[in-house]
Write a protein that binds this ligand. Structure first.
Ligand SMILES: C[S@@+](CC[C@H](N)C(=O)[O-])C[C@H]1O[C@@H](n2cnc3c(N)ncnc32)[C@H](O)[C@@H]1O
Length: 248
């Protein structure tokens, strides 16, 4: 049977999941678009529910395109979406981890996940005041990496894997020098868009490093990406994992 009304109870539940409070309460999230759903399928994520535009020939409960568009968070609407259970690791793992502190822009959180996957990070740890990686903008920006990279929520002062390297746009040693001395697991610490890393987090880190640039600072996700590259570009020394997404 095709769902035709935007007031359908199941569609209302999906709409609610665009709000963080509902996601946190229910432990579920929504992914939209055939590519993201294919990434989830390839990695063995079984959706709780799956919907598709009526007549599209895609898998799922058929929904009239207008009604599906009404629950979509994509400006252009969608032909497919699915609801999944969130997955949280009990603790961040190495050998290579990225810790985010106060990254409030969900696009940045998603972009970090995408880079973490690309450079073989084993996990991403979300510290205080981070955007929800399972929010619609983060899921979209991750390009499917949210299904591949283990996520852990951590509190202030949590133990992180290996040598902790605080990325600071104004202080510390050049990151290349720190990377050259690494001989084991490591965690890169990335600070908030405006405030950067708190002094206490920097003080508690094993090393402080900066990426030499000619301007004030890099965007947080860009800094994480450059730092991941720096730590992994020598494959013989790189702390990394291989949980590559299967190519479609
Ligand atoms: C937009 S920056 C924050 C800028 C902030 N005004 C400050 O003074 O730290 C966000 C985060 O990206 C990282 N970052 C940005 N540029 C960096 C650089 N050149 N070297 C190392 N880390 C950098 C840091 O972790 C920083 O906390």
């Amino acid at each position: 049977m095709t769902i035709t009304s935007p007031h359908n109870e199941r569609l209302k539940e999906i709409r609610k999941l665009s709000r963080r409070r509902a996601r946190d309460a229910g432990g579920r999230f929504v992914a939209e678009g055939e590519d993201l759903l294919a990434a989830a399928d390839a990695l063995g994520w079984e959706p709780v529910e799956r919907y598709c535009a009526a007549g599209s020939g895609l898998a799922g409960v058929e929904v009239a395109p207008d009604a599906l568009g009404a629950v979509s968070q994509l400006g252009s609407g969608t032909r497919a979406l699915a609801v999944y259970e969130q997955r949280w690791a009990s603790a961040p793992v190495g050998p290579l981890c990225v810790y985010l502190h106060g990254i409030a822009d969900p696009g940045n959180v998603g972009a970090v996940l995408r880079s973490a996957l690309a450079f073989g990070a084993a996990s991403v740890a979300l510290g205080p005041d981070c955007a929800d990686p399972y929010g619609p903008k983060a899921v979209r920006a991750s390009m499917g990496a949210v299904f591949a990279v283990p996520l852990a929520r951590v509190g202030e002062g949590a133990t992180l894997p290996g040598t902790t390297i605080a990325l600071d746009s104004h202080a510390g040693e050049p990151l290349a020098a720190v990377a050259a001395q690494l001989d084991g697991p490591a965690t890169l610490l990335v600070g908030a868009e405006r405030a950067g890393l708190p002094d206490a987090v920097i003080a508690a880190a094993d090393r402080t490093a900066w990426i030499p640039i000619r301007s004030e600072s890099l965007n947080a996700a860009m800094a994480a990406t450059v730092a991941l590259y720096e730590l992994t570009r020598d494959p013989r020394a790189a702390p990394g994992a291989d949980h590559r997404m299967p190519t479609p």
